[in-house]
Ligand binder design. Sequence first.
Ligand SMILES: [Fe+2]
Length: 274
Amino acid sequence: MTDALFGFGLGMRRPHYASFTAGDAAVDFFEVISENFMGVGGRPIDTLMRARGHYPLALHGVSLSVGSADGLNRDYLDVLKVLVDRIEPAVVSDHLCWTGIGGFNSHDLLPVPLTEEALDTVCRGIDQAQTHLGRQMLFENPSTYIAFPGTIPEWEFLHAMVRRTGCGLLLDVNNVHVSATNHGLDPQAWLNGLPLDAVGQIHLAGHSQGEHGLIDTHDAAIDPQVWALYAETIRRTGPVPTMIERDGNIPDLDELIDELGQARTLAALAEVVA
Ligand SMILES: [Fe+2]
């Protein structure tokens, strides 16, 4: 059964596996990185199945590479479909990015030049993936560190992508803050431009200050400015399943649950205001 996603969740990371598989984690859903469980059996898939027995699941990919001019890898899609059919996630997502070329996977979420030509490529890839899986997918706005001259704003690109493919948006609020700040733009204005009616899930995460700008490191607590942007987001979208991604300096689960409580509080306040 595919349970719907709702409420507030966390990315399931290795130090916390036992709590998730026992159903002890105080979350409404959990998310895992698809590639960590694709084409594998044994203990990893058993861990995922046991956690899935307790919570709805969001399956979040990092290697679909819809921005690649090479087109999608059919073998990758086949293996992803096997996992999706077996685990029945509520959400399947990936990123607006490309990750490799000529069969080489960089394991980096590389920025797409936001041109009409790239939009055609991305939409072709999303159409292929959604058709292959037989379901809608969500695509995440990236953190970006460079801008290409002569390109359209990311929010316009995302509007067109959503309209043309019927995909949803996985809105990473921290990525909006990081990208807007790095490009010298107002995060609130960036948010205003996005297709907020297409948001199916929200990511929150921490970032760090690099030499040349903010870096989406997922290794720190969520910044107060990102919390403020989240409050504004949820006020405008209404309730949207929201989760925290933490991939470095991973604290005790209780600390992340406490941090998730902040999202619950802000969402409740937004409902009162609305
Ligand atoms: Fe994210």
